[in-house]
Design a protein around this ligand. Sequence first.
Ligand SMILES: [Zn+2]
Length: 180
Amino acid sequence: MKIFQFKKKSFKKKFKCNCCGKIYDEIPLTFGNEFPASYYSIPNNEIRTRVNYEKSLCVIDEKYFFHRVRLSIPIVDYPENLNFDIWTTISEDNFIKRNMDWNNPERIHNEPYFGWLENEIPMYSDTFHLETISNESEVGEIPNMQIIDENHTLFTDQRNGITFEKAQKIAQHILQKQHN
Ligand SMILES: [Zn+2]
């Protein structure tokens, strides 16, 4: 008797980096920045006294507040998104709220948080300080961020999605920088 195996056909294909030939099980589509841009302007010997950094939260000089959020760009002809885990500013009030609700499952009902984008997104020009809003996610996940500046390509790409070809170009561009 033949036993049927309902094996899900994988859409994933191995990916070979153009610059060095490194083989990935699948194309890397999640990238990010470890720190908000403002962090890098602080001299090394002042970081300990001026920066408070924990998990996905960062405070500089006790008055500039940042949180890490996820920017997802849908890929129209691929089952996964292109993701950037990056930083935006956040108001002090919302920062406190986020801390208080850190483990509260009800936090997904919170109003979105306004913020200015605090990183450059590779292959998109002038993304620094674009206007954004971020919506709380489930506990354990960073908020989902939306660009609200309608005149920027990042806004239209996030709304309409991009082709796999474009996603691949962006991924390759980032990997090349990392590998050199
Ligand atoms: Zn490479």
